[in-house]
Ligand binder design. Structure first.
Ligand code: GSH
Length: 243
């Protein structure tokens, strides 16, 4: 009997990549919430699993050789789960390399550009009252997300999924294609818009994205000055240096 995988999770696009993949692959899992608004990503126990103080991360009690393994970084997690389940990650070298290309593309391009875009568009104006200080960053990352959505739109011309068959390459990018979130109009990217809806209609995707904690610390980056300062000190805080 397969033992459930512990998933260190919070309901954000990066977190959802993992719950969606687990649902699609039919692997049993237990959710361990990491309330990033409350600073739970900085606990010594969690840092042993995820030294970059970010979720998601997993611990598989039934890892290679039958002993536990922990994995951080969503790209590495999806590759691990694909190898473990034998699903959504081609076994042949040519197919796997193609999926890896698009997996790394998301990790190095789409994810960071959307994250920084969100920061400059939605968070920075709350505490940098001089809008000239935030405008350049907002424009830079809105343009970059435009470019990246364009790359994906072109790739999807004549294809239902990024590498032909549905794979972890789709699961990793899908949570970051959010209509309206980063200043794009999906009508300008018709292949991407159809792909977004095609994946959204999958029952496993609905199940994976529905996972939410019973309570949530509101890291209020748009509240009062005091609320913002508190939220910033957690979310954009630094760990104490060891030396
Ligand atoms: N490259 C990482 C990014 C993970 C990441 O940015 N996680 C965010 C939430 S989406 C987080 O844990 N933030 C906590 C913090 O900033 O302290 C991955 O793909 O796993």
């Amino acid at each position: 009997m397969t033992q459930p995988i512990d998933v260190y999770y919070w309901p954000t696009p990066n977190g959802r990549k993992v719950t969606i993949a687990l649902e699609e692959m039919g692997l049993p899992y237990v959710v361990r919430y990491v309330d990033i608004g409350a600073g739970e990503q900085f606990t010594p126990e969690f840092l042993k699993i995820s030294p970059n103080n970010r979720m998601p991360a997993i611990v598989d009690p039934d890892g290679p050789g039958g002993s536990p393994i922990s994995v951080f970084e969503s790209g590495a997690i999806l590759q691990y789960l694909g190898r473990k389940s034998g699903k959504l990650y081609p076994a042949d070298e040519r197919g796997r390399t193609e999926v890896d290309e698009w997996l790394f593309w998301q990790m190095a391009n789409l994810g960071p550009a959307c994250g920084h875009g969100n920061h400059f568009r939605n968070y920075a104006p709350g505490f940098l009252k001089d809008t000239r200080q935030t405008a350049y960053g907002a424009a830079r990352f809105t343009n970059e997300v435009n470019r990246l959505y364009g790359v994906l739109d072109e790739r999807l011309e004549g294809r239902d999924f990024i590498c032909g068959e549905y794979s972890i390459a789709d699961i990793i990018s899908w949570p970051w294609v959010i209509p309206g979130a980063f200043g794009q109009n999906l009508d300008e990217f018709p292949n991407l818009k159809a792909w977004q809806a095609r994946i959204d209609a999958r029952p496993a995707v609905q199940a994976g994205k529905a996972i939410k904690p019973p309570t949530k610390t509101q890291a209020n980056l748009r509240g009062t000055e005091e609320e913002q300062a508190k939220a910033r000190s957690v979310l954009f805080g630094q760990r104490a240096r060891r030396r």
